[in-house]
Each structure stands twice: as C-alpha cells, then as structure tokens.
Design a protein around this ligand. Structure first.
Ligand code: PMP
Ligand code: G9A
Length: 410
C-alpha cells in the first residue's frame, strides 16, 4: 500500500491563503495558438533586439566571461547600478549607485517590499484598480489592502487622505501607498505632476512611504515625459522601481529599485534569502547593451511599434464594440481598459470569449474590493496588427451577443 502524506496540515497559514495569478493562468490557456490573446502584459517578440544582444553577449563572454558566469553581489553589478543612477539623474532623481539595487524582476522588488514592511493584518493602500502582481505579492504576506479609486489622473489623492485619516482614527498606520503612476497597469492613466506633488505632501504629512512602480514610463506615444514621484521626494520616502522587462526583455529578469541608503540596506538583506544575487550574466549583457548606447534607440523603436497597435485597437473598438462602452485612449504603456454597459460580468463573459478564441483579463482581477465586474484589460503590444483587428472583431461579437441575450431576458 502506498502511503499518501497529508501535506495540507503542514502548509503555513501564508501558503494556504496564496492564490494563483489570473494572468499566469491565462498565459497557460492562451498557449493555444488559435487564441488571440489580449490577456498577458507581454512585449511583442518582434521588439526583442536579438542581433544587437548577440553582439553584446559575445563581447561579454570574451571580455568578462569569468565574472559574468559567477555569483555576484546581492545589490547587483556596480557598473550597471552606476549607469542606472546616471539615467535616473536625467529624470530628476538624485541617487548614487549605492541607492540602486538590481532585482530579479520588479515582481521580486514587490515581494521584497512586502517582506520588509508587512506583518499579517497590516494595511497597505493600493489603487482601484491596481496591478494584480502587486496584490498577489502583498497578500502573500497576509496584508489588508485598502483600495483607493482612480480617475483619469490616477489615484484620487483626496479620497486617499480621507482614508488615511479614517485608518489613523482606528489606530491603523498604513505601511505604504502602492502606485503605478505612469500608464498604469491596468487603467492606462497617467498621474499629472501636480497630483504627484500632492501625493508626496500627503506621505510627508502622515509620515508614510510610497512604493512607485514604473515599468511603462518610457513607452510614451502622445505626451511629454512626466517626472517620477521619486523626483519630488526630499525625505527619502519613495521606493521607486522599474524594469528591463518592457524595454529590453522580460526573460532577462532584470529590474532595479531606487531607495534611500537606509531602505536599500534592508532591502538587500531581504533579497538575499530570495536569490543570493540577480542573474549576473544578463546584468552584464544589459550593461554592455547600454554602454553601446543601444537602449534609448531601442526604446524609440518599441514606441514606433506599439503606437500604431494602440491605434488599431482603438479604431477596432469603435468599429466592433456596441455603444455605451467607456475606454480612454491610453497615451502610452501596453493596455487599454474598457468598461462595458450594464448587464455584463466580464468574468462570466470570458467563457464566451474563449469559445470565440479571444482572451483578455477581467476587471475584478485588479480590484481588492470585488469591483471591476464590468471592466476588462486589453493588451495591445503582443499581437500582430492583423490579429488585433480580428481579435477585436471576435470580442465585439461576443459582447454584442451577450447584451442581446440579456435584453431578451428582460
Ligand atoms: N509591476 C507592474 C505594474 C507590471 O505591469 C509588471 C509586469 N507586467 C511588473 C511589476 C513585473 O515586472 P517584471 O517583469 O519586472 O517582474
Ligand atoms: O505575469 C506575467 O507574465 C507578467 C505580466 C503582467 C501583466 O499582464 O500585467
């Protein structure tokens, strides 16, 4: 007889409460080549600079092979950190290489922030909607996530301040405010400079931290750059993070944080148990790619590739979607956020969509309060132009059919 161990009783409370990422699950479903996927936030594979990276890789192997294949420091390759600090300076962030930490993806930075600050039952403030991977990372530490609604200018700072006051009255000190201020995932909105400053004022007044997550700031199609919130941070309260995932390669698993020396020291200790060090090999390649001056040119090429995709998606939406939907054209990033007319639950609609071989992420996945039931996130970076058009046609049909069925029931 085979003895089957009762593992469930051994799991930590934390592991027992962990939930799968909807996006990761969808990535499995959408492996079916017939499905047109607007689901995952994947860069277009055509954007990967394979030839240029090959050149950088050969150079690294020839000149730094012995160190590039070795373990590195937990904080990351010094030359790369120096280069990131120089680039940050150009955006108004005055940090030294000692305040830069190279992370294994900004997902690891989010997990590290959770590990650093969240005890079970602690509260963090997040957007409604907000990035699903942030929700998962913080919930893994058993945090309560309090949702602050967004408008066309990002997180509503007036509501944020009222919520902080309410929490403080209940003797709850929120541990941090998590924001994706530029081309937000999923809503696509940008927080203007004025509101960024208001957010900093609130953090200063109530002695709180801000976690600024900025993977999309460089993917700009129609607007001039907006300074990161960290650029207005005189008191060292902002942990800024960005990533090479959307501007070079997500497979590299390379991101970085910018934080005060004190926060950086703790972050490096918290990261140590996760991976000892970030991938040394890809750090060297990314550094070499940047040293050759290739990154900025490459970012321009990505924007040239994605902007028309955004436009094709928006036009197709007008053509195929029924009247009454709301979608503000995103001015950058990789996502369009759509809210459909009354009577539609996008989580239920998803089953119809999959039958028609088209996928998206339903809005509830990005809400910590159970909201978002009429919304969906559509990625426009991954698919070819033709497939965007065709996928939107299929999705429009699915939505129209559903609305007609709803009408017939009434
Ligand atoms: N934060 C946000 C807002 C994201 O959209 C993503 C990726 N979709 C991440 C973090 C994680 O990115 P990375 O590949 O650097 O782990
Ligand atoms: O889980 C992934 O592959 C990253 C994508 C994130 C997103 O879709 O927002």
């Amino acid at each position: 007889m085979v003895f089957i161990p009762d593992i469930d009783r051994l799991y930590s409370d934390r592991a027992g409460k962990m939930r799968k990422s909807v996006i990761r699950e969808l990535l499995r479903v959408t492996q079916d080549p017939e499905i047109i996927s607007f689901a995952g936030g994947l860069p277009n594979p055509k954007s990967f600079p394979i030839k240029d990276l090959e050149g950088a890789m050969d150079y690294v192997m020839e000149h730094h092979g012995e160190v590039a294949l070795q373990y590195g420091t937990t904080q990351g390759l010094k030359e790369l950190r120096e280069m990131i600090a120089e680039r940050a300076y150009k955006e108004g962030i005055d940090v030294s290489a000692d305040e830069v930490t190279i992370m294994s993806g900004s997902q690891q930075a989010l997990d590290t922030v959770g590990k650093m600050f969240l005890n079970p039952g602690d509260t963090a403030l997040v957007g409604l909607p907000t990035y699903l991977g942030g929700i998962n990372a913080f919930r893994a530490y058993e945090a309560n996530l309090s949702g602050i609604p967004l408008d066309g200018d990002g997180m509503r700072v007036d509501i944020l301040e009222d919520r902080i006051k309410e929490l403080l009255k209940q003797e709850i000190t929120p541990k941090f405010i998590y924001v994706v201020p530029t081309f937000q995932n999923p809503a696509g909105v940008v927080m203007p400079e004025k509101r960024r400053k208001q957010l900093i004022d609130i953090a200063n007044e109530y002695d709180l931290l801000i976690v600024e997550d900025d993977p999309y700031g460089k993917l700009r199609y129609d607007i001039p750059p907006v300074k990161p919130i960290k650029a207005f941070d005189d008191e060292g309260r902002v942990i800024y993070m960005s990533t090479f995932s959307k501007i070079l390669s997500p497979g590299f698993r390379l991101a970085w944080t910018l934080a005060s020396p004190e926060l950086t020291r703790k972050m490096v200790i918290c990261k140590q148990a996760l991976d000892l060090c970030t991938n040394t090999f890809t750090q060297y390649i990314a550094y070499e790619f940047m040293r050759r001056g290739s990154l900025d040119l490459h970012i321009l090429k990505i924007c040239e590739l994605y902007k028309p995709k955004r436009d094709i998606m928006m036009k197709a939406m007008e053509k195929y979607f029924p009247e009454g939907y709301i979608c503000h054209k995103p001015k950058g990033g990789m996502f369009a956020w759509v809210t459909l007319p009354e009577g539609i639950d996008t989580e239920v609609l998803f089953l119809d969509a999959i039958k028609e071989k088209v996928a998206y992420v339903h809005g509830k996945a990005f809400h910590v309060d159970g909201g978002g039931g009429r919304s969906m996130r559509l990625n426009f970076s991954y698919s070819t132009d033709e497939l965007i058009e065709e996928g939107m046609r299929r999705l429009g049909k699915v939505i129209k059919n559903k609305l007609e069925k709803e009408k017939a029931v009434l």
